[in-house]
Write a protein that binds this ligand. Structure first.
Ligand code: DQA
Length: 153
């Protein structure tokens, strides 16, 4: 018999450049926990909420855009920490709005309390909202929000 398994819509979790170095990169700013630990925590929370998650991390703008184009339209939502791309990538912004996916922008640090160039996000305007400064908890809050019914506030 043919395998009739249907893919269930997942929440996408995208981490941008240099976030592969979590744990060793500026631990005073980003903490001592690794990307693998972050993904494990999100995976556990997602299982509790009964949703699938798909993780991706890339240091390349094009790879992030390709992933959003491929996975975004059918996804339940997108949690994205675009890292430094936050501040200048109109291409990632366009990919999110083209995919029509509900997105939440997350930053581990409080970008508004840091250098001037980090205060501006070109991505936040195509997201439901932005969470910053809450460390790993920001991703979990974003996950809970995206699992609520679309339109719930
Ligand atoms: C960051 C903040 C960005 O300004 C920075 O370039 C990063 C990480 C954060 O999670 O706090 O790489 O997105």
């Amino acid at each position: 018999m043919k395998n009739m398994e249907v893919e269930v819509p997942a929440v996408l979790v995208v981490n941008g450049p240099n976030l592969n170095l979590l744990g060793s990169r500026e631990p005073d700013v980003y903490g001592k926990r690794t990307l693998a630990e972050l993904e494990t925590e999100i995976g556990r929370a997602a299982a509790g909420l009964g949703v699938d998650v798909k993780f991706m991390q890339s240091n390349s703008e094009g790879a992030i855009i390709d992933f959003i184009q491929q996975e975004g339209p059918a996804a339940l939502g997108l949690i994205i920490n675009p890292a430094a791309f936050t501040h200048y990538s109109y291409a990632i912004r366009d990919a999110i709005s083209s995919a029509g996916v509900r997105a939440v922008e997350v930053h581990i640090s409080n970008i508004h309390g840091r250098e001037e160039f980090r205060h501006r996000s070109v991505i936040a305007g195509v997201c439901c909202g932005q969470i910053c400064g809450l460390g790993f908890s920001g991703y979990l809050a974003a996950l809970r929000f995206l699992c609520e019914k679309p339109g719930d506030k």
